[in-house]
Design a protein around this ligand. Structure first.
Ligand code: HEC
Length: 136
């Protein structure tokens, strides 16, 4: 039941973007990813804001960040969110078509996701402990 309420809520949260080109990606995300990746908690997985930020900081531009996420979704290999991997283990592979992987990568990188209040402090701790390699 909590799950159902959550899905309904998450659909509503992104519904206002329906006019944008990313509608399909956001619907897919709601269906296949939102159960774990939420907006402001990291109970099951890093929040959307964190997934985008870590990839943008590491790869420096949207195209490279999208390509990396797309490949991760296709192969399930080479995760870069090391603190999250240590905490949860590598994300279980979700069955997706190549097109769906591209749409989801686009959804994650092209949208501005809400920043959780706790994020700044949390991220700083990971940076200071050297767990996040910025690659530059
Ligand atoms: C069963 C829970 C679960 C589901 C469902 C899930 N994820 Fe994840 N995801 C995780 C966890 C846990 C991590 C952190 C560990 C890791 O990075 O592999 C993660 C990490 C990620 C990462 C970062 C990987 C990296 O480089 O470290 C991306 C991108 C991602 N998820 C996208 C998605 C997308 C898109 C979907 C929907 C198709 C999805 N996830 C569905 C649990 C989930």
């Amino acid at each position: 039941m909590r799950y159902l309420v959550f899905l309904l809520l998450s659909t509503a949260l992104y519904a206002h973007e329906d006019a944008a080109a990313h509608t399909h990606g956001s619907e897919l995300f709601n269906q296949k990813c939102f159960a774990c990746h939420r907006l402001d908690t990291q109970k099951y997985a890093p929040p959307l804001f964190a997934v985008k930020k870590v990839h943008m900081d590491r790869y420096g531009n949207k195209t490279a960040a999208k390509t990396k996420i797309e490949n991760f979704l296709k192969t399930g290999e080479d995760p870069i969110m090391q603190p999250a991997v240590q905490k949860f283990g590598v994300m279980p592979k979700v069955s997706l078509s190549a097109k769906e992987c591209a749409l989801l990568a686009e959804f994650l990188i092209e949208n501005d996701h809400p920043k959780p209040q706790w994020f700044q402090k949390h991220y700083k701790q990971h940076l200071q402990s050297g767990e996040l390699d910025h690659g530059h």
